[in-house]
Design a protein around this ligand. Sequence first.
Ligand code: MCN
Length: 791
Amino acid sequence: MGASDGFAKLPHIGEKVRRKEDYRFLTGSGQYTDDINLPNQRYAAFVRSPHAHATIKSVATERAAAMPGVVKVFTGADVAGKMGGLPCGWLITSTDGQPMKEPPHPILAQGKVRYVGDHVAMVVAETVEQARNAAEAVEVDYDVLPAVVDVRDAAQASALHDIAPDNHCYKWAIGDKAAVDAVFAKAAHVTKLDLVNNRLVPNAMEPRAAIGAYSRANDEYTLYVANQNPHVERLLMTAFVLGLPEHKVRVIAPDVGGGFGSKIYLYAEDVALTWAAKQLNCAVKWTCDRSEAFLSDAHGRDHVSHAELAMDSQGKFQALRVHTDANLGAYLSTFATAVPTILYATLLAGQYTTPQIYCEVDAWFTNTAPVDAYRGAGRPEATYLLERIVTRAAWEMNIPQDELRERNMITAFPYQTPVALQYDTGDYVGAMHKANALADVKGFDARRKASEAKGLKRGIGYSSYIEACGIAPSNIAGALGARAGLFECGEIRVHPTGSVTVFTGSHSHGQGHETTFAQVVAARLGIPVENVDVVHGDTGRVPFGMGTYGSRSISVGGAAIMKALDKIEAKAKKIAAHLMEAGDGDVEFANGEFTVKGTDKKIPFGQVALTAYVPHNYPLDKLEPGLNETAFYDPTNFTFPAGTYVAEVEVDPATGVVRLDKFTAVDDFGTIINPMIVEGQVHGGLVQGIGQALLENCVYDKDSGQLLTGSMMDYAMPRADDFPSFTLDTVCTPCTHNPLGTKGCGEAGAIGSPPAVMNAVLDALRPLGVKDLDMPASPARVWEAIQAAKP
Ligand code: MCN
């Protein structure tokens, strides 16, 4: 089956099937890494740098080693020369043709620490408390060096790495600068904007956790880890760091309580625990606490940008020119370098026909936690920049926000953007019109007057986002610097009684794959959803897969499953043909039944499955027994979800408090497998995106480099009562190049919502003379902006 339209009509597709996994979670039966305890298990605690930048003069472990229960204290000296450092998975080539600066990223610090939280030593003890107490007794003598945390100061700061004396990692650019400059020279109107995309801490509900285990009997390692892509974790750890053969290492990512990108990466702790398990011949467990997570999880965003939009007198976009400084933190995390480049600048066309775009990115090292993908990765940064400047342009040109957008929207597909991507389908104007109707934009003026009567300012903000999901194809990504493939695998094991186990390389950590993937298989085979179970997250059980990130799972992992189902169907048809004494080509399969064209002969799927395993009446001369197929799928293009979001806020000018009053989101995710799950995904994304716009901000002290927002007391996480009830709807243009017609939905809310909210806040503040504001629009910032704008 190739046609997505046909697939969308099958039973189970588009049904709000309740999540199969929830019984386990709601009854407390989930098995998260910290729930797992192995025989002969010890506990690790990490000694982390209290300084943002320092030379390590000495590490004294004697006192810690003598403390009760301590098994071993490992320092940088113990790992030096025995293993590599953490690799970066994406090589960026600078505009001068030189490769990016790729400094060593040691598992335990080697002579220097570069951010508060950098891993200096690992203590292993009989209990968690003993390990933590002993970690405090490790005496590290530091020579403190000057620290830099702001990307704008990086070039002048003292060098973090010898290899990058000016702290510069790379300069990267896309587009034709001369052509763009020429358009700007003649433009009727140019809108300019400077903005900061604030740094965020991912804060998944389950903090990171890992257990390294080792069996002397067969020289095999097992790593249990809260991770989004166990095969990638294993590949990076074995090939790049520990130099072990892959088949000797099994990585199991059991139930994982959210990742939002932060659990894609190979972290130093995972390596240290796995390696130590063999050294000590015991299992070693570590569970991160929340404070440690704030310090040591990879953070998100942290861009400083300048953008300029050239228009003709009618507001038609002619060119976009952007410069971005991206903060990479102290070391290169696994996919850090792709975020401000390939995943960012290629999205700057947005939904618009802008013919010329030039974007230049400088990426810098600073004394902060490494920065990497976080729900959206690159796409939120592009959307925020573009949708902010478009709204500002609308105000400058005195054209309504929605009208200026509509004048510039792409309406014919496929559409080749000037920044490499080719969009296959979309209905941008349709989504905008639907959003306008649902948001009752016509009634806005009346609502604004009602707010004014209460002494409040009301504003409306738009964002018409696009994103690219399921990075593809592998060969092009490889040419752009990816050091990994971007395919996915799927295995379908049909059991003799006709039930099915699906093995997928995708990993579900909240997205509901156990339900939606089962829906896909059940729809295709015409069997109940209950008869399909999904296995994921175990390199020992699942064929090599690339895991879950970039909202790729249903469109890439689901497509791999569809390919495996093609093989199942082809083989099952041959068995059915034999059973019904028909020619192979005459057998058809639909709704769980095999039929012979032009006859009333039919047999159910279950009978074919049984025959495959009890091959008494079977064409053994032509066909192997069994019904078990594996497929790998490498997508030919990204999927391009898109939509329009409309936010309405009320601002109290006396206090600066912003209240989000209404939020309308109209998305295009192509064919939707499970609308309930998709709605949940949009809700989660919106909450994170609106959290970024109004509340969340990761702040390091400028002088000391200390993390000032190191707990939920200082870092404002969004809560349910910060939000109104969201109004959601969809338009549907199925993706043309995957068999399901799906487009990713997991990040859309986080990508589309920040500019909608900020545009609404700025709209509300315009009458007070406020021209600009960076996220988050916290009461203090809003109040200060109002005071500063007073004549
Ligand atoms: N789906 C659907 N129909 C569509 C698209 C998706 O029914 N047209 C379903 C899928 O089958 C899947 C879910 O919606 O059950 C999300 O699918 P998809 O958009 O393919 O995204 P992934 O499964 O690849 O999830 C990754 C995405 C990302 S990149 C982040 S970050 C994120 C997100 O998902 N992290 C999450 N959502 C999260 N949700 C939870 N609870 N926890 C996280 O860590």
